[in-house]
Design a protein around this ligand. Structure first.
Ligand SMILES: C[S@@+](CC[C@H](N)C(=O)[O-])C[C@H]1O[C@@H](n2cnc3c(N)ncnc32)[C@H](O)[C@@H]1O
Length: 284
């Protein structure tokens, strides 16, 4: 034990995580070690040939055991990056994905393009608050409202807003039901995974709340009432809604959008991988 080095410790954790079926085991081993020891990447590099700090080894071991059960890395370290900022996450929230940053970009581009000065924005199904908080911080003149049906999720969203210094209003409730008035932009990343696909999710994804993922038999259980809410709460002109979706539901979502919003411009937007990621509903 006395000739143990940080480098050898990383190698042995990598082997254990790899045996547990984790693809990027080497990356996860380094990130767990940094989190347990409170090190930056540079500090980790600088300490590779030294003995690991004994006082943190128990904590590291506990983290490795959790990761070996396929618990997501971000739940173990307690945070993830979204739109250049660190957001706290736990098992009550979906881990925000890089693809979802597109909703933030899309919303900001629309508001700039249409020159809306004090935009009223609603983020429905806010989870960790990643979208709403990013928008509030990027556009201080915006009035941002966020809802989620999960009180556990809203606790984390509020903590993130406080930690990041974002000012916005959060409400617990069903979709747009807690909100009154009309909005310039409504944005949402709702649960949309087909119920039939839920049993075959990657082990890590299956550890995220099913309330955040399961879209029912056709993936539209939440999107259908969400569209009704958008119809009631989106300003009739100079307004937009951006809803995250994925390829298996694009045809049914498109059909429903065309039926629900006959006077809007409807289009499907793709992500950087070229896959359908968002339905855009825009009013002239
Ligand atoms: C896919 S997650 C999105 C979280 C976050 N917006 C993001 O992009 O990382 C969906 C969220 O919708 C919430 N949710 C599910 N059904 C809801 C409903 N009927 N009304 C409001 N929120 C709901 C879940 O609690 C979960 O936080």
């Amino acid at each position: 034990m006395s000739d143990e080095t940080v480098s050898r410790l990383i190698q042995s954790i990598t082997a254990r995580l790899s045996d547990a079926g984790i693809e990027d085991a080497g990356i996860d081993a380094r990130l767990l070690l940094r989190s347990a020891f409170g090190w930056s990447a540079a500090e980790q590099l600088g300490n590779l040939l030294d003995a690991p700090p004994a006082e943190h080894l128990d904590q590291l071991e506990e983290m490795v055991l959790r990761r070996a059960t396929r618990e997501p890395l971000q739940y173990i370290t307690g945070s993830t990056e979204f739109f250049r900022r660190q957001f706290s996450v736990n098992e009550n929230v979906l881990i925000p994905r890089p693809e979802t940053e597109q909703l933030v970009v899309q919303t900001m581009a629309f508001i700039r393009e249409r020159k809306i000065e004090n935009p009223q924005i609603a983020d429905i199904c806010t989870g960790s608050g990643a979208i709403a908080i990013s928008l509030a911080l990027e556009m201080p003149a915006a009035e941002v409202h966020a809802t989620d049906i999960s009180s556990g999720a809203l606790t984390i969203a509020q903590q993130n807003a406080d930690d990041l210094g974002a000012e916005l209003d959060m409400y617990e409730g069903d979709l747009l039901e807690p909100l009154s008035g009309q909005f310039d932009v409504i944005v949402s990343n709702p649960p949309y995974i087909l119920a039939g696909a839920m049993p075959s999710l990657q082990a890590e994804v299956a550890r995220e709340p099913s309330l955040a993922l399961d879209g029912g038999n056709d993936g539209l259980d939440v999107i259908r009432p969400l569209f009704e809410g958008i119809l009631a709460h989106l300003k009739p002109t100079n307004s937009a809604a951006y809803i995250e979706i994925d390829p298996p539901i694009e045809d049914t979502v498109m059909k429903l959008a065309l039926e629900t919003f006959p006077h809007a411009g409807i289009s499907l937007l793709t992500d950087l991988a070229g896959l359908t990621r968002c339905v855009s509903i825009e009013h002239a």
